[in-house]
Design a protein around this ligand. Sequence first.
Ligand SMILES: Nc1ncnc2c1ncn2[C@@H]1O[C@H](COP(=O)(O)OP(=O)(O)OP(=O)(O)O)[C@@H](O)[C@H]1O
Ligand SMILES: [Mg+2]
Length: 261
Amino acid sequence: MHNVHIDHSENIIKERMSKIKNKIVVISNKGGVGKSTISVLISLALSKKGYKVGILDSDIHGPSVAKMMGIEGIPLQVKDENNVEPILKEGIKIVSMGSIVPETDKALIWRGPIKMTVIKQFLSDFEWGDLDYLIIDLPPGTGDEPLSICQYIKEISGAVVVTTAQKISMLDVSKAIDFLNKLNIKIYSVIENMSEFVCPHCRKASKLFYSKEDVYQKLNGLKVIKIPFYSDVMEKLDEGKSFSAFENREELLNKILSIFD
Ligand SMILES: Nc1ncnc2c1ncn2[C@@H]1O[C@H](COP(=O)(O)OP(=O)(O)OP(=O)(O)O)[C@@H](O)[C@H]1O
Ligand SMILES: [Mg+2]
């Protein structure tokens, strides 16, 4: 008799996801606008508030979360091949390709089906356990990978859309919003990231990007939260010291928490 391979992962994902109260995707249609930064800050802010939080870096080509959270090179605890513990740091459960594949400057070349298998395993094989929030840092764009993740998870509580105040990024953001609307995913807020730069010397704020208010008209009344560029926060994330990102930055913590108001 032939061996019939049955893919049980969908049931396993359903079971695992049912223990997580809020599953939140962080999305943008353009790379480099700050998705990973915002995902990390959201996780830290909610954890500070006392919630049980997990963060999934589903960007397998540019996994920045492991770096920002300072967990690169920490080995995973594999109980058996279907039960792997996320890395636990200061109470936050973290799963990132950056902690699975050793750091390298070589690009990972993985074809579609393998990528999908890896993404599925992020959801099915890791013991997320009972969580209040799982924050999912999506790869840029609205292609196959973000779509598959949203479809695997099914009951997504909502999305945070990240953009910068450039016309080109704002046009792209409409695509991300359209993608979420098609999937019936609620949008908590749109983050206009790096909205301005406050000079650490003279404390004056300058605009970093060309911005015209008319770009917001397309957003149909969605809440827009402006987050300035903080060089101290960038340095901390670069050095994997994200856990001190809110030091002397109460206003940043409050802005991040206001995403869900
Ligand atoms: N508000 C901010 N203040 C300071 N630095 C920021 C801010 N937002 C993002 N950065 C910095 O900008 C860079 C890009 O951000 P990030 O990696 O979060 O973007 P991304 O959208 O996840 O990129 P990718 O599309 O490659 O995944 C990082 O070095 C990050 O530290
Ligand atoms: Mg990223």
